[in-house]
Structure formats: structure tokens, C-alpha cells
Ligand binder design. Sequence first.
Ligand code: PHE
Ligand code: FE
Length: 292
Amino acid sequence: MKGVNLGVAPVTYGTGDRPPRGDYARARSDYTCEQDWAQYSAADHDTYRRLYTRQLQHLPGLACDEFIAAVSELGEPEHIPRFDDISERLIKATGWQIVSVPGLIPEEAFFALLAARRFPVTDWIRRPEEFDYVVEPDVFHDLFGHVPLLFNPVFADYMQAYGAGGMKASRLDACELLARLYWYTVEFGLIDTPLGLRAYGAGILSSAGELPNSVRSSGPRRVGFDLQRLMRSRYRIDSFQDTYFVIDSFYQLFDATAPDFTPVYNAVRQRIAAEGEIEPGAVLAGEREFSV
Ligand code: PHE
Ligand code: FE
């Protein structure tokens, strides 16, 4: 039954005891669905507008330039955007489109969409009482956090390569190692710039609390991007990160992840078997740490 949408919520890493809240019965076999724009309430649009305007104020000095340059591509903050309007602009910029999904989808479906340059965006929005924190990704996280950088050609290519790499990782039983790469780059990545560290990860950029924490706070560790070190590193899903990985540029990220991961997975597995995984917040001897 692989690849068939059974109308039930997927099993994914890091979900809690509650079942995902989306209605998977309305999804197609590739897990995409129509964005039912008419069903958003005035309160839904208002939640989006308040999230968007708050987060926009936090960006200067904390978000990377590429993100700030593209955030206006999301359109006016007054309403939850129509995904098709954004796709029209995105296709012209980098050949990506965004597609609507009911929520988290199974890994293999997710990888297949990315490999086809289609980014799945959850169509529902958090409840007002979840304004500051929502367990599952909602339309605000997915759109505001992820979509601006899909307008950047190098990052856009990285995301497609990740999807193709995910399909391979599924065959190699290496999805958990590859998921760490997504977590520590696409979700929680930092980039070093001449003006200082900046955030490019969507989990940071869509969070009012984590954005200053990741870039400015003296609490967390910030270590240089190192693929094998990263794949050995566990992560927390229920609090701010204790460790962030810092890239020098999107080119560095693309180039470092371009080689075949088959031997990388094997090396990482051997190292984990010998020395264990790396806990969040650990700093290894001789490791380059970025100061803030
Ligand atoms: N080079 C990776 C592989 O062979 C594919 C990949 C690219 C994975 C970029 C993640 C990010 O598996
Ligand atoms: Fe995300």
C-alpha cells in the first residue's frame, strides 16, 4: 500500500500523543488537497495577519537578507494568501510551486513532492490560544517560514536535492539521519554574514521567541556546519534548540550535501555505534563555536 493515501494521518517523527488534526480523507493519493480558501473565517485571517505583522518586525538584524528580500512575495499580510497566487510568482523565480496539504504527510510523499519542486503547505491555521506556539506546522509556519527562501535559486535547488536524497534515504533506511539534516538546516539553520549571524531556518523565522534566542542569546551552542557531526546529533522538538549549525553560504550548504550520501550514512552509523549520538547542547573538543 506504499504511496497510497489511506485517508488516515501519517506516522511521522516527533508527533505527540494527539493525532494530527488535518482531515486526510480529502487528500489525493499524493497527499495534496485543494486549499479551501472560502472556509477560512475572519478570525483565521486575523490570526494570520497578527502573526505576520509581529514576525515582520522581528526580522531586521536577525533574519538573513535573502529571506527579508523575498518575504513580500507572500503578498499582503491582511489575509491568508491564496497558494496559487504565490505559486504564480514562485514558478517564474525558481520553478517551484506550493501545494496544499492537510497537515504533516508521510516522509515518502513529502520527499516526492520536494523532488518535483512542489512544496507542501498545510492549509489550516492555529487557534488563537496557540498564537505563540503550535505543536504541528500550520499555514503560518509553512508559508512564512519556508516559502520566502524558495525564491532563492541556490536554496531552491538544495530543497529539490533534499527531496531526491530523501527518496534514496528511504531505500537505505537512513531517513532518521537525513531528517537531522532537514532539522538543523531547513528548520533551524543559521548563516554567518559580514554583519553577524542571521537565521535562515523556517522554525526560527516563524517563531517570535526562537528568532532572538538563536541569533543573540548567550545560551545555545552555535557550531560550524559539519555533515557527519550534524547527522550524529539528536534534537529536541519541544523547546528552543540547544545547538545550531552555522553555514557560510547557501553554496556551501549545497556543495557539502551534493555527494552521494551512501558512504556518509555508513560512516555515521559506524561512528554512532562506536561513540554514541551527540546530545543537544554538547560541544566537542576542538570544535569551532561562533560567538554572538
Ligand atoms: N547528496 C545526497 C545523497 O546522495 C542528496 C541530498 C542533497 C540530500 C541535499 C540532502 C540534501 O543522498
Ligand atoms: Fe517546517
